[in-house]
Structures are given as C-alpha cells and as structure tokens.
Design a protein around this ligand. Structure first.
Ligand code: FES
Length: 151
C-alpha cells in the first residue's frame, strides 16, 4: 500500500494508511489533531471542515488519496495560543460560541472565505457558512466576529 504524502499545517507529512480512509480519521486517529470534529460523518454538518489548498472541505467524506501532494490546514494550523489568528481573536472578543463543537469547522469555513474575499458582507458570510451547522444558534455572533476579523 503506497504511503500518501501531503503538506499538513506547514509540515511535509507521510501517512501509511488505506488511501480510502477518510481524512478526518487520519487527522484525529493517526495524527492526534482532534480540533476537527466528527458530527454527522456524511458531509452534512461541517464540524470536520478543514482547508484543502485554501478551499473549505468536509474531511469526513474526503478520502486520504485525494489530498496527495496537496496542502491541508486544520484549526491547529490556523493560529496558536501565542499567536492567535484574527478570526480566533475576533471570536473571543465577540463571545461568538456556546458549546464550541462546531467552532473549528466554522472558523475554517470563515478562513477560506477571507482568503478569497478579504472584506465580505454579512450575506456573503452567511452563504459561506451555509454548510456549517450550529445547534446552539450562535450564527449571528459568529457573523459579527467574522466581520470584526475582516475589518
Ligand atoms: Fe463531516 Fe459532518 S462530520 S460534515
């Protein structure tokens, strides 16, 4: 079984796994990156969102083989406690989360949006978060946080 190589959070990474394994399983199970969450496992909730070459994707239904030679960024690669990303600072400032389960997926979708549109409108943010569910109903605060991060 050939290893799959890709760039993960800025580090060249090589994984020995069945190429059909969902990327989320590899991230959480093999690499210990548990910031991307398992919600539905069916591409419906967005809790597992990561960036693939700067595009937001659901890692639960993305097979490992499809990220070969590409760049994957998870919430662990977005910022750190010492150097938080603008989105992380803004979400804290706006208290834009409740339970937080959806948060990493929401932030990665927002990060993808800000990469292609540095100054989005509220409507554009809503469209970008269309595939990210938040059962706590915190979307309005999240939209404020994303507007703050873009400012
Ligand atoms: Fe991947 Fe729900 S866990 S979309």
């Amino acid at each position: 079984m050939p290893n799959v190589r890709f760039r993960l959070n800025g580090v060249e990474t090589e994984i020995d796994a069945d190429p059909d394994t969902p990327l989320l399983n590899v991230l959480r199970g093999q690499l210990g990156l548990t910031g991307s969450h398992f919600g539905c496992g069916a591409g419906e909730c967005g809790a597992c969102t990561v960036l693939l070459d700067d595009h937001a994707i659901n890692s639960c239904d993305t097979p490992l083989w499809s990220v070969a030679d590409k760049t994957v960024t998870t919430i662990e690669g977005l910022g750190s406690a010492d150097a938080p990303h603008a989105l992380q600072r803004a979400f804290i400032a706006e208290q834009a989360m409740q339970c937080g389960y959806c948060l990493s997926g929401i932030m990665m979708s927002a990060a993808a949006l800000l990469k292609r549109n540095a100054n989005p409108t509220s409507a554009e943010i809503k469209a970008a978060l269309d595939r990210n569910l938040c059962r706590c109903g915190s979307h309005n605060r999240m939209i404020r946080a994303i507007l703050r991060a873009a400012a």
